[in-house]
Write a protein that binds this ligand. Structure first.
Ligand SMILES: [Zn+2]
Length: 450
C-alpha cells in the first residue's frame, strides 16, 4: 500500500501513526501484549490498517524493580482519524483495561502510552532502554522534543522505547490467549509431545520452546494471566501452523503474532561496568574457585564473574576451566555484598585453552615426584628424599573442554541462542499481514469447546 498516494480514499487523507504501550499487566491479571491484541481488535473496527505486525519489545532485563518480562509494545497503523482523537480513544481503552482487568493501581503498576505521527530517525532511546536505565523526567523531555503525545505514568518510558525500536534483526513470537473466565486456572493443559513434534519438524525456524534436559515446556507461564502459550520462531507462516499443530485442552480466545527483539542480544553493552547493564568482557582467567553450593567464581582482568549452578550446562563447562584460559563472558553487572560488583554469566565463549602447566622436575634417582624447597633452593624427592637443583618443566595436560560457546540453560528473553539465524527483513506484504492479524484476533480453537 502506498500511504502517500492512496486515491481510493478520496480527498480524506490519512496518516501513519505509531503507538507505544507499556506496563498494562499486574501480578494477578492482564498483560501488556493481551491489551495490545484487544486494542488491535478494536482498532480494526475503527477501519484502521496495520502497517506491520505489532512489535513486542523487551527492555533491560536487569532492572531490579521491573517485572520478569519487562516488555513493551509498538503498533504501527494507517488511520484517517486525527491523532489527538485517536490518542483519546486508545487512552480510554487503556484506563478501562487497567482498572477492570489488571487492577494496576492496586499493584502499584504505572501504565503509560506514547503516540506519534512521525518516525524517530535513530534508535538512541531504545538502545538506552534495553541496555540501561531511563529516568521518567528524561523520557518526558524526550517525548516533548519529538512531538509525541504521552499519557499515563512510568509506563511512558517503555512506550517511547517501543516507538523508537527499529529492528536491525528480529524474531517472531506467536502468543495465544485464554478466555477471561479461565484466567484463574494456574495450570495449562498442553500436550508436550505435540510441542516436541512441532519443534523437531521446524527447527531451526522455531526455537527455545522446550527444555529437553528437564523435559518441560518453556512456552507457558504458570500464573493467572491471559497467556496460554507463546511460541518463538523466525518464520511467521510456520508459527501460524503451531495454532493447529500444538494440542491443548485449553480454550484459545485470541492470538497474535509479534515481531520482537527477543533472542537478538540487543541488551549487551560491551565492556560496560555499570550496575544493571549486561556487559561483555574478554581476558585470561587469573583465578577460579568452585564454591559451596555448586556456583563457580572466576576472575578475569579485574572482574569477578559468578556462574550459578542453575545455569546448567554453562556451570558444568565453567568447572572445567583453568587459570590461563582465555574466555569471553556475557552477563549482568550486579551489586554484591561479598564482592562489591559481580558479573552474573549468561554465556561464556572459550577462546583459548591453556593446555600447558609448569611442573616440578622428576627425581633424577628414582623418578619420584618432588617438592620445591623455595625459589632457587632446588627440589626434594618425596619418595627417596634426594635433594637437587633443577628447573620446573612445561608439561601438556589433557583438557576435557573444547573451544566454543557455552550458554545458560535458562535463556533470558533477549539472549541469542548459538544456532539461531536472525531475520533482517519482512517479506510479507501489508495486505497479507492485515489478513493474518484479522484471522488471529478472531481465532478460537472451537473443537475444544465441545
Ligand atoms: Zn627419588
Amino acid at each position: 500500500m502506498n500511504i502517500n498516494n492512496d486515491n481510493s480514499r478520496g480527498k480524506e487523507s490519512g496518516q501513519k501513526i505509531i503507538i507505544g504501550i507499556d506496563d498494562h499487566d499486574s501480578p494477578v491479571a492482564g498483560c501488556t501484549t493481551h491489551f495490545s491484541t484487544l486494542l488491535i481488535k478494536e482498532l480494526i473496527k475503527e477501519k484502521i490498517k496495520l502497517l506491520d505486525f505489532p512489535y513486542l519489545v523487551r527492555l533491560n532485563p536487569n532492572i531490579p524493580w521491573k517485572t520478569r518480562g519487562n516488555a513493551s509494545i509498538k503498533i504501527i497503523i494507517y488511520s484517517e482519524r486525527d491523532i489527538d482523537e485517536l490518542a483519546d480513544i486508545i487512552w480510554n481503552k487503556s484506563i478501562e483495561y487497567t482498572e477492570k482487568i489488571s487492577k494496576s493501581a492496586k499493584y502499584n503498576r504505572k501504565p503509560g502510552l506514547a503516540i506519534s505521527n512521525k518516525d524517530i530517525s535513530d534508535r538512541w532511546f531504545y538502545e538506552k532502554a534495553v541496555k540501561d536505565v531511563i529516568p521518567l523526567n528524561l523520557a518526558i523531555e524526550y517525548a516533548k522534543k519529538q512531538g509525541m503525545i504521552i499519557k499515563g505514568d512510568r509506563g511512558i518510558i517503555g512506550s517511547i522505547a517501543a516507538i523508537s525500536y527499529k529492528p536491525k534483526e528480529f524474531t517472531y513470537e506467536l502468543i495465544t490467549y485464554r478466555p477471561e473466565n479461565e484466567w484463574n486456572k494456574n495450570k495449562r493443559e498442553i500436550d508436550i509431545n505435540s510441542v516436541i513434534e512441532f519443534e523437531n519438524k521446524y527447527f531451526p525456524y522455531v526455537f527455545e520452546n522446550i527444555d529437553y534436559i528437564k523435559k518441560y515446556l518453556l512456552i507457558s507461564p504458570h500464573g493467572t494471566d491471559p497467556i496460554l502459550y507463546g511460541i518463538r520462531g523466525i518464520d511467521a507462516n510456520i508459527l501460524l501452523k503451531g495454532l493447529n499443530e500444538i494440542i491443548t485442552n485449553d480454550k484459545i480466545d485470541m492470538a497474535m503474532i509479534f515481531k520482537t527483539n527477543q533472542a537478538t542480544d540487543d541488551h549487551i553493552n560491551s565492556f560496560s561496568n555499570y550496575f544493571y547493564q549486561t556487559t561483555e568482557i574478554e581476558g585470561e582467567i587469573s583465578k577460579i574457585d568452585n564454591i559451596r553450593g555448586g556456583d563457580v567464581i572466576i576472575n578475569v582482568n579485574s572482574s569477578t564473574i559468578i556462574v550459578y549452578k542453575e545455569t546448567g550446562e554453562l556451570n558444568i563447562a565453567s568447572k572445567l576451566l583453568k587459570v590461563g584460559d582465555t574466555i569471553r563472558v556475557v552477563g549482568a553487572v550486579k551489586p554484591s555484598v561479598k564482592y562489591g560488583k559481580i558479573i552474573e554469566a549468561e554465556k561464556i565463549e572459550v577462546i583459548k585453552l591453556n593446555n600447558k602447566i609448569f611442573k616440578n622436575p622428576e627425581c633424577p634417582k628414582c623418578n619420584g615426584s618432588t617438592e620445591s624447597l623455595g625459589k632457587g633452593k632446588g627440589f626434594r624427592c618425596k619418595k627417596c628424599g634426594y635433594r637437587f637443583i633443577g628447573e620446573k618443566k612445561l608439561k601438556e595436560i589433557p583438557r576435557e573442554l573444547t573451544l566454543g560457546i557455552y550458554q545458560s540453560r535458562y535463556y533470558r528473553h533477549l539472549s541469542k541462542p548459538i544456532y539461531l539465524n536472525l531475520i533482517k527483513e519482512n517479506n510479507l506484504n501489508i495486505d497479507i499481514i492485515n489478513n493474518i492479524i484479522k484471522y488471529l484476533v478472531n481465532f478460537k480453537n472451537m473443537y475444544t469447546y465441545s
